[in-house]
Design a protein around this ligand. Structure first.
Ligand SMILES: C[S@@+](CC[C@H](N)C(=O)[O-])C[C@H]1O[C@@H](n2cnc3c(N)ncnc32)[C@H](O)[C@@H]1O
Length: 138
């Protein structure tokens, strides 16, 4: 997490990042409340982080903070996918259109989506699931 007023403005390194608007307003229906305003970011990344069974809530929150046509990138463990087509269809129901996918790797799948519209209020109907991430003893 960025530390406000410290990490966003790194002038010593000659790099200035624009700080997104912070939200102090409504709470999302999912209970997930990323402190960013609606339609305030260009890119959301889930790297091996769709871990909760409520992953549709995570993605709906990403949809909320993304600008229209904003980019959603997902990288997940390949063995968690039963059916990639169903996953892409569920993402479509959440307001994302697939731009590209890479399912050639034996261990990890990656996807890029673009936000096309808002996520629905009722996320249960979306039926998005991934298999549990099982850690193997080596
Ligand atoms: C494989 S790590 C990936 C961490 C990070 N995204 C990265 O790419 O380095 C998975 C992370 O998900 C977290 N995690 C596991 N179950 C979770 C849950 N139900 N809700 C939220 N986070 C969870 C773990 O604590 C861990 O930090």
């Amino acid at each position: 997490m960025f530390n406000e007023d410290e990490d966003w403005n790194d002038e010593e390194e000659g790099q200035v990042l624009s700080k997104p608007a912070l939200s102090n307003t409504k709470k999302a229906s999912s209970g997930i409340n990323v402190p960013l305003n609606d339609a305030s970011v260009d890119l959301a990344v889930f790297c091996l982080s769709l871990m909760g069974t409520n992953l549709a809530d995570f993605l709906a929150e990403a949809n909320r903070v993304l600008k229209k046509r904003g980019v959603l990138k997902i990288a997940e463990v390949a063995s968690r996918f039963d059916n990639v087509r169903n996953f892409i269809t569920a993402l479509s129901s959440l307001g994302f259109k697939m731009v590209s996918k890479d399912t050639e790797n034996s261990h990890f799948y990656s996807f890029e989506f673009a936000k096309t519209g808002k996520a629905p209020e009722n996320l249960k109907k979306v039926g998005l699931q991934l298999k549990p991430c099982v850690y193997k003893k080596r």
